[in-house]
Design a protein around this ligand. Structure first.
Ligand SMILES: *Cc1c(COP(=O)(O)O)cnc(C)c1O
Length: 369
């Protein structure tokens, strides 16, 4: 129980990414005695997206957070939250989740040798995320309510029972997640002009702002990017200015009606001259297809809202030509793959079927003889 990961002793000259706590130990609340729990999260690709640059006239880069160990950015915060939980002697972590937090909490708790209890809204979680949570042996409870109901109960339990809350209301999560901004600045040499993120509880929006702020204070960056956050139109409490009781969107990871970090997000928006916007589901799916078919990056619907939001803002004339833009795409497309199998009009994609015959395959491929 609670065995820290042994410190690796790499061969001289070799280099393996060590996870965000070891990579940024001097910028996080850890000591030499902290029992670091890591699955090697962070160090994700920041990729140029020429197709999006062409469409918008901006210089667009994509931070591909689906490349984290459990397939979403939640791992950056979870390494910190579970590490601190173990440091405080916790035996069980608890969270409410739309799926990715639970997958991450389950994996990190298992790696640490402690338990994970997760509360999920019944019938509202993508199958890949449910599979991960079960595979990593979490105690899974489906609640007959929304994510917001689950979070209320998780907070109640953490206040009254020996369980440690690892939702993003836990500041350790935000601390871990701020490292994504550090990575962007390292790769680009400075902060971008504009940074776009999907918004659910708004923890990540808050975390990037904190990361950039700290990088400016440390002299690593010269400017604060304008932080643009997007919510699904059917689940847009921050844009509307009031909680949404029955949030509805295909982007299940951001189906949140009463964001936990609402106040912090408004502060971050004001600090960065930022913006919150709402995007319809159809535009989210179209953006998902553009990113997968024109850039080569497959993301879940919630993540594609960064792309949809940028396209919407560019069409509105709100993105200056040549502006350097970073889009965070938060989770991998394989977690919720069904949407790629539907056409824009909602019918199923029909694969072409041919007999075992080279000429017929060639004809079906449109190859000239
Ligand atoms: C959690 C999550 C979000 C929302 O992040 P918040 O910090 O809650 O705003 C967006 N996309 C994906 C894939 C997520 O898992």
């Amino acid at each position: 129980m609670n065995t820290p990961n042994p410190t690796p002793t790499p061969k001289p000259g070799s280099r393996q990414w060590r996870g965000v706590i070891r990579e940024y130990a001097d910028r996080l609340d850890v000591t030499d005695a902290t029992p670091i729990v890591t699955l090697g999260e962070g160090g994700t690709p920041l990729l140029p997206a020429p197709a999006l640059s062409r469409r918008t006239g901006a210089d667009v880069w994509v931070k591909f957070e689906g490349m984290n160990p459990t397939g979403s950015f939640k791992d950056r915060g979870m390494t910190m939250a579970v590490t601190k939980a173990v440091e405080h002697g916790a035996k069980v972590v608890i969270c409410a989740s739309t799926g990715n937090t639970s997958a991450s909490a389950a994996a990190y708790a298992t790696h640490a040798g402690i338990g994970a209890a997760v509360l999920l809204p019944e019938g509202k979680v993508a199958m890949g995320k449910l599979s991960q949570t079960i595979a990593h042996d979490a105690k899974l409870i489906q609640v007959q309510g929304t994510f917001d109901d689950c979070l209320d109960i998780a907070r109640d339990l953490a206040a009254n029972y020996p369980v440690h809350l690892v939702n993003s209301v836990n500041n350790d999560r935000i601390e871990g997640q701020k490292t994504a901004a550090f990575e962007v600045v390292e790769v680009l040499g400075d902060a971008p002009d504009l940074h776009v993120v999907p918004v659910g509880n708004a923890g990540n929006y808050t975390a990037y702002t904190r990361g950039y702020r700290e990088d400016i204070a440390a002299g690593n960056a010269t400017r604060m990017p304008r932080m643009f956050g997007f919510q699904a139109a059917g689940s847009a409490p921050i844009v509307r200015g009031e909680p949404v009781r029955d949030p509805d969107t295909i982007a299940s990871a951001i189906r949140i009606g009463n964001p936990a970090s609402w106040e912090l997000a408004l502060q971050a928006r004001d600090e960065t001259d930022g913006y919150f916007g709402a995007i319809e589901d159809a535009a989210i799916l179209e953006a998902q297809r553009i990113l997968s078919a024109e850039v080569g990056i497959f993301v879940e619907p919630a993540s594609a809202i960064s792309v949809a939001g940028l396209l919407e803002r560019a069409a509105a004339g709100a993105v200056p030509r040549g502006a350097r833009v970073v889009l965070t795409v938060t989770g991998h497309g394989l977690k919720d793959p069904q949407w790629a199998l539907r056409t824009a009009d909602g019918s199923d994609v029909e694969p072409t079927v041919v007999p075992v015959d080279t000429a017929q395959v060639a004809a079906a491929l449109g190859l000239a003889s």
